[in-house]
Design a protein around this ligand. Structure first.
Ligand code: FE2
Ligand code: FE2
Length: 178
């Protein structure tokens, strides 16, 4: 399997969750209210799965090694855009969490911000994924040898294996501080 294989499989799950979030947002726009518990679930998915697990393997493994290669300008530009998009996704998720906290505390004026940030995320992820799947992942594979591709794949499995432990270690650390 190529190192982009697991990443493309992960894209399919992200798309499914984005589909669920889209349905909720459409309903909430009609009803002019939100379900904070579902937002917590969506944020957990985005932060742990889409960002830490998925973007983590992209940035810390695949892009790290790719940036050591002499890439043509267009692929280098796409990689920089993808990293910037990950950053925007993180920033928007943080803004969503902050707006949701205001809403839960009774500030109903936070509702448009919540819907706006959710709209950004459901618009952003499918375009970001399409850019990677259709215009980036396949061409960059040509810059790695068979051995390098296998090493990237193995490092990705190792990353996944360690992640659950990191997540819960961090959770316990936060709980201890509270
Ligand atoms: Fe990405
Ligand atoms: Fe991706």
């Amino acid at each position: 399997m190529l190192p982009i294989g697991p990443l493309m499989v992960e894209h399919r799950l992200i798309e499914r969750m984005i589909g669920v979030i889209r349905k909720k947002v459409e309903r909430w726009e009609q009803e002019q209210k939100i379900d904070p518990d579902f937002i917590d679930e969506a944020v957990e998915f985005i932060r742990l799965y889409a960002d830490q697990c998925h973007h983590g393997k992209e940035e810390d493994i695949l892009f790290r090694d790719l940036s050591k290669k002499s890439l043509p300008k267009d692929l280098k530009k796409t990689m920089d855009e993808l990293v910037e998009e990950h950053r925007q996704g993180r920033k928007t998720t943080l803004e969503l969490v902050e707006a949701k906290s205001r809403y839960v505390r009774g500030d109903l004026e936070a509702l448009p911000s919540i819907l706006d940030r959710l709209r950004f995320l459901i618009d952003f992820y499918p375009r970001h994924i399409e850019k990677e799947d259709q215009h980036f992942f396949r061409p960059i594979m040509d810059y790695f040898t068979a051995e390098e591709k296998e090493a990237l794949l193995q490092e990705g499995w190792e990353f996944d294996k360690n992640l659950i432990h990191q997540i819960f270690k961090a959770k316990v650390g936060r709980a201890e501080k509270e």
